[in-house]
Write a protein that binds this ligand. Structure first.
Ligand code: KE4
Length: 433
C-alpha cells in the first residue's frame, strides 16, 4: 500500500501544469480536473485489468474504469487482439461494414426495448438524437428530465434544476439559448407526483420522459419501488414515450441493462460506454415503428462520419462476447456486493453516517445520516468529508471517481484480493478523516 509520505506525484503535477496552458482546465472532460474533490489530478500512464499506473509509477486499483467502458478490465487481451486484427484492415470505412450488423444483432438480442439500433460516437450524441426522435415521432416538443440525471452536454439537457414542477427549463450553462431549454421540464428523481403534475399541466405537449433508470450522475441513486413502473404507466396514459438513458447502466446492471433487471420496457433506449469497449461508440434504439423515422429510412436526420467504424465495432463486439459468458454478472454482483457492503461497514465502525449500496457492477456511498432518493438529498451529504475520503484513498492507491456526484464501477478483473486491499485502505482512511 502507498503511504502518504511516499506518495510522489511530481510528474503528474508537471504534466498537468503544462496541460492547463494548452486545454481549458487542462483536461478533455471537466470531471477529470478533480475540481469537485480538490487537489491535483493524477496523470495516467497506462491501464491493465483492474489497475492504473500514473506517470510517477504509482499503482491504483481503479473503480472508475474510464467511466464505465472497462467492465471487462482495462486493455483486455482478447479485446486488444481483436483490435490488432481489425486495425490492419483499416480504422474507418465510411461505408457499410458487416461488423455493424454483428454488434447491432447483439444489442437487439440483448436489450428488450430495441428492435432497431443506430450507432453514433458518444452518449451525448445518442441522447441528443433520441430527443429529436421523441419529438419527431410524437409531433410534440416538451420533454421531462430529472434533476441530477445527466444525458450528455447537448443544449436542451443543460437545464437548471427546476425548483417546483411548473418551472420551464432555464439554461444551466452560458451559451445555451433560453429557447432551447424552455421545452425541457424537470422534476425530482423518484417523485412520481411531480411527473403527474407536469403531465396534468401539459396534457398533450409532452413528447416523453427520459431518465437514468439507475442514477449514476447524482452519485449512486437507485429507483424507488414503483417509480419506473409508474413512469411506464403515466407515459402510456398520456401518449408520451418512455426513454431509458442506459449509457451508464447498459450491459452493466445486467446484460440487457436496467430494463432487463427491473422488467420495465421503455420505448427507446440510449447506450454508450460498455458497447464501445473503450472506443467511441454510442447508440440509440427502440421500437421498430419509431426507429423507422430515422434517416434515410425516414425523415428525421442524424448522421456521423465515424459512426459504426470497424475498430469501435470490434471492441464493442468482443466486450459483449466476454460479458455474455455464463457467470459474468454473478461475478460482478458478488465482488461489488463485497466492496459496497464492506465500505459501508468500515465507515459505520469508524463512526461515520453513511448510506449507499450497489446494483451489479455499479455502487456508491454518501456521507449522510438520511437516505438519498434524489439530487437534492445527495447535495445535502457531507461533500467535504467525501473530498477527504477521496484524497486519502488516492494516496493509498485506490482510484475512486473524483466527485460525490458520480457512481463507482467494478469489472470482471477486480479480484477478492483487490477488494480486501480496498477495504483495508478505507478502514485506515476513515479512521482519520
Ligand atoms: P458521453 O457523451 O460522455 O459519452 O456520454 C454522456 C452520458 C449520457 N448519459 C449518461 C447516463 C452518462 O453517464 C453520460 C456520461 N457519463 C459521464 C460520467 N458521469 C462521463 C464522464 C465525463 O463526463 O467525462
Amino acid at each position: 500500500m502507498v503511504t502518504t509520505t511516499s506518495f510522489n506525484t511530481t510528474k503528474s503535477e508537471e504534466i498537468f501544469t503544462a496541460a492547463q496552458k494548452l486545454m481549458p482546465g487542462g483536461v478533455s472532460s471537466p470531471v477529470r480536473a478533480f475540481k469537485s474533490v480538490g487537489g491535483q489530478p493524477i496523470v495516467f500512464d497506462r491501464v491493465q485489468g483492474a489497475y492504473a499506473w500514473d506517470v510517477d509509477g504509482n499503482k491504483y486499483i481503479d473503480y472508475v474504469g474510464t467511466w464505465g467502458p472497462a467492465i471487462c478490465g482495462h486493455a483486455h487481451p482478447e479485446v486488444i487482439k481483436a483490435l490488432q486484427e481489425a486495425l490492419v484492415k483499416g480504422t474507418s470505412f465510411g461505408a457499410p461494414c458487416v461488423l455493424e450488423n454483428v454488434l447491432a444483432e447483439m444489442v437487439i438480442e440483448a436489450v428488450p426495448s430495441i428492435d432497431m439500433v443506430r450507432f453514433v460516437n458518444s452518449g451525448t450524441e445518442a441522447c441528443m438524437s433520441v430527443l429529436r426522435l421523441m419529438r419527431a415521432f410524437t409531433g410534440r416538443e416538451k420533454v421531462i428530465k430529472f434533476e441530477g440525471c445527466y444525458h450528455g452536454h447537448a443544449d436542451m439537457f443543460l437545464v437548471k434544476a427546476g425548483s417546483g414542477v411548473a418551472t420551464l427549463g432555464l439554461p444551466d450553462s452560458p451559451g445555451v439559448p433560453k429557447s432551447t431549454t424552455q421545452a425541457t421540464l424537470t422534476a425530482p428523481y423518484n417523485d412520481l407526483e411531480a411527473v403527474k403534475a407536469l403531465f396534468t399541466e401539459n396534457p398533450d405537449s409532452i413528447a416523453g420522459v427520459i431518465l437514468e433508470p439507475v442514477v449514476g450522475n447524482s452519485g449512486f441513486v437507485p429507483p424507488d419501488a414503483g417509480f419506473l413502473e409508474g413512469l411506464r404507466e403515466l407515459t402510456q396514459e398520456y401518449g408520451a414515450l418512455l426513454v431509458f438513458d442506459e449509457v451508464m447502466t447498459g450491459f452493466r446492471i445486467a446484460y440487457g441493462g436496467a430494463q432487463a433487471k427491473f422488467g420495465i420496457t421503455p420505448d427507446l433506449t440510449t447506450l454508450g460506454k460498455v458497447i464501445g469497449g473503450g472506443l467511441p461508440v454510442g447508440a440509440y434504439g427502440g421500437r421498430a415503428d419509431i426507429m423507422a423515422m430515422v434517416a434515410p429510412a425516414g425523415p428525421m436526420y442524424q448522421a456521423g462520419t465515424l459512426s459504426g467504424n470497424p475498430l469501435a465495432m470490434t471492441a464493442g463486439i468482443k466486450t459483449l462476447e466476454l460479458l455474455k459468458k455464463p457467470g459474468a454478472y454473478e461475478q460482478l454482483d458478488r465482488i461489488t456486493k463485497k466492496l459496497a457492503g464492506g465500505m459501508l461497514k468500515v465507515a459505520q465502525e469508524a463512526g461515520h453516517d453513511v448510506v449507499g449500496g450497489q446494483i451489479s457492477a455499479m455502487f456508491g456511498m454518501f456521507f449522510s445520516n438520511s437516505p438519498v432518493h434524489n439530487y437534492d438529498d445527495a447535495k445535502k451529504s457531507d461533500l467535504q468529508k467525501f473530498s477527504r475520503f477521496h484524497r486519502g484513498m488516492l494516496e493509498s492507491g485506490i482510484y475512486l471517481a473524483p466527485s460525490q456526484f458520480e457512481a463507482g464501477f467494478t469489472s470482471l478483473a477486480h479480484t477478492e484480493k483487490d477488494i480486501e486491499q480496498t477495504l483495508a485502505a478505507a478502514k485506515e482512511v476513515l479512521s482519520r478523516i
